[in-house]
Every structure is written in C-alpha cells, then in structure tokens.
Write a protein that binds this ligand. Structure first.
Ligand code: F6R
Length: 250
C-alpha cells in the first residue's frame, strides 16, 4: 500500500488524474472502475482538461461504475448514471458501448448482478478502480458489516445514508431504499486500487484504513491486503495518521 499525501484537494486530484492518464497511455484499452460522490470530481475535471488540451484518448477504454440506486432511471438527476455523464463521460470521447453502470431499473436484480460480475471478467478484470471512502469506512455501498468477500449485489441503504441523501430528493419517500453495489471482493479483484480522501472529515476513516486492524466493521481496511493499492489523500484526511508519511510504502 502506498500512501501519498498532497497539500490540498486540488493537488490530490491532479495526482490521481496523472495515475489514470498514465494507465490509459500505457494501455489504451484498459478497464477503469469509476466512483461517484464529491471526492473524485476534481480528478474527473483534470481528466477532462487532459482530454481537451492534451488529447488524452478515452476511445478504447472500458468502464465499470461501483454502484447505482435501485429504482432510479438513468435520466434521474440523482442517479449515478446522470452523475457520470454530467461530470465526466459527456466531456470525453468514451465509447458509450463500453460504459457499464449498474442498472437500477433492472427487472431481475440478482440476475443483473451476476451479469455485471461476468462482464467484468469478460473484459479481463478492472485494471484500476477509483474509490472514495465514507466517514464510517464504507467503500461503494459496502457499509460497515458488509462481508469482505462480497460480490455485486443489492444492499439495503442504512437509515443514516438515506437521511444524508434526503436533501437531494423531493420527499423522504423518494429517497431510494436499495442500491446495487460491487462487493468488497469484486473491488479487491481489481488489479490496482486508487482510493482518494480529502478533508478532516475523512481523517478517522483514513487512520483506520491505513493503521487499523482489518475488519468488516470498517470495510476500507481490507485495502491493506491488496497487492497494489494507492491511497492519495490531502493533509486534512492524513491529519491523524500516527507516522510521518510523505509517500509511505508497506
Ligand atoms: C460512490 C461511492 C461511495 C463514495 C463515498 C464517499 O460511488 O461508492 O462509497 O465514494 O460515499 O463519498 P464522497 O466522495 O461524496 O465523500
């Protein structure tokens, strides 16, 4: 695990984007796992800049997103489909045929989840999975208590997660109750992980992830077991790490 500490959110984002761009230049038909949420937005902005100003070519990449709400159509402004197209895909030359985002409207969700796992295998596995982290240590929608070997599946959202998301929906009843998410095991099968964290609000989660015991109660701690995991955080998110890290290899 390599922990890279950057001064602030912008530097973290640029460093993360460099890693993604290096992979695309090395392997134009690579498979990239994308995340939603606030944290990767700066990285996506930098990728868009690299595409527009430096000609970074996304035409041959395949993408797999981590998660999606159940019951939201792709055009819903709170769906992760909408998020990805608005914040990244529509600004770059990604081929829509190679974009995979869990289908929140799938008729048979279990069947869809099996298909998603197969699809990842079909494309040779994910070369680099981008991850954010929840303050409680969740990765994707794998909340505390999720099995560390889990695969893509439907999960019931925790009440606190639904409360957090309430502001984005017209009424409480509109907040989705379920999500489809890659499992912790699915994420761990990726050839490399790139976990981003910014701000003091993530400091406790990052300390547990880097220094804590591995536990399903803090799913992100499993990245300690990954053979190629990069954690890029800013000084806020790194502020409670007990060792002096300025690029820490273990
Ligand atoms: C999103 C996802 C979530 C977020 C996490 C952090 O696809 O998988 O696990 O990465 O909730 O969210 P932000 O970045 O908004 O703090």
């Amino acid at each position: 695990m390599l922990v890279i500490i950057k001064k602030n959110y912008d530097e973290m984002s640029v460093e993360g984007a460099k890693m993604v761009a290096d992979l695309i230049r090395r392997k134009p038909n690579c498979v990239i796992g994308f995340a939603t949420g606030g944290t990767p937005l700066g990285l996506y902005k930098e990728l868009i800049r690299m595409h527009k100003e430096e000609g970074l070519d996304f035409s041959k990449i395949t993408t797999f997103n981590l998660d999606e709400y159940v019951g939201l159509p792709p055009e819903h402004s709170q769906s992760y489909h909408f998020f990805m197209w608005e914040n990244l895909f529509k600004h770059i030359n990604v081929d829509p045929r190679y974009v995979h985002i869990p289908q929140g409207m799938a008729v048979d969700i279990d069947e869809f989840c099996d298909w998603y796992e197969e699809r990842i295998k079909y494309y040779g596995g994910i070369d680099l999975q981008i991850l954010g982290i929840g303050a409680n240590g969740h990765i994707a929608f794998n909340e505390p208590g999720s099995s560390l070997g889990s695969r893509t599946r439907i999960k019931t959202l925790k009440q606190e997660t639904r409360w957090d998301n309430k502001r984005f929906f017209e009424s409480d009843d509109d907040v989705p109750q379920y999500a489809i998410t890659m499992g912790v095991g699915t994420i761990m099968d990726s050839k490399a992980l790139l976990l981003l964290a910014s701000g003091k609000g993530k400091a406790t989660a990052i300390k547990a992830t880097v220094e804590g015991p591995i536990t399903a109660l803090h799913p992100a701690t499993i990245v300690q077991m990954h053979r190629k995991a990069f954690i890029i955080c800013d000084e806020g998110a790194a502020s409670t790490l007990s060792t002096e890290y300025s690029g820490y290899l273990s």
